[in-house]
Design a protein around this ligand. Structure first.
Ligand code: PRP
Ligand code: ADE
Length: 178
């Protein structure tokens, strides 16, 4: 499947969840068996050279790709969760979103010293989520050599911010504009 074919499976919905936001909806891609398989396969291909020991997937849409990619790589998947979901002792970080603020958490001890974590999410916009997750994982003792996204919104600058932190960033689809 070409990049254009994959891109055609993403629906754009204006003014969701707030006026002025062009929401890139991946549910249409997910329910298309060929599209989902093509996206996962392409993410796995990009992930392999980084030789990661763990996939860190960000709640909620990141879980969908993260678990599939981790299984294909033969490594574990670390759910990076929104505040209040994890039952045990946890470490967390607050961050700003394109449309609000939030907090992400992982369990204490979820990362082993020397782990090479691949950050995985459906989309990068301002980069607030990915940057906060990178810092959280690094503070917990992991290296974060690379981050992969199904979609990059380059005009919001998130991918460049993450690269400036020393993370290799790649994505399957690029949507210019907001
Ligand atoms: O680059 P940023 O500006 O930080 O935005 C990207 C994040 O926003 C969306 O998640 P959202 O918080 O809407 O949560 P969801 O996956 O639970 O829908 C998306 O899935 C990314 O995680
Ligand atoms: N424009 C957008 N579309 C879908 N998810 C997003 N997360 C942050 N910005 C987004």
């Amino acid at each position: 499947m070409t990049r254009a074919e994959l891109q055609a499976l993403v629906r754009t919905i204006p003014d969701f969840p707030k006026p002025g936001i062009l929401f890139r909806d991946i549910t249409t891609l997910l329910i298309d068996g060929r599209g989902f398989a093509a996206a996962v396969d392409a993410l796995v291909m990009r992930a392999r050279p980084h030789e990661v020991t763990l996939v860190a997937a960000i709640e909620a849409r990141g879980f969908l790709f993260g678990a599939a990619v981790a299984r294909a790589l033969g490594v574990g998947v670390l759910p990076v969760r929104k505040a209040g979901k994890l039952p045990g002792p946890r470490v967390g970080i607050d961050y700003a979103l394109e449309y609000g603020t939030d907090r992400l958490e992982i369990h204490e001890g979820a990362v082993r010293p020397g782990d090479r974590a691949l950050l995985l999410d459906d989309l990068i916009a301002t980069g607030g989520t990915a940057l906060a997750t990178t810092r959280l994982l690094r503070e917990a003792g992991a290296e974060v050599p690379a981050a992969l996204f199904a979609i990059d919104l380059p005009d919001l600058g998130g991918a460049d911010l993450l690269r400036a932190e020393g993370v290799a960033v790649d994505s399957l689809m690029v949507f210019p504009g907001h």
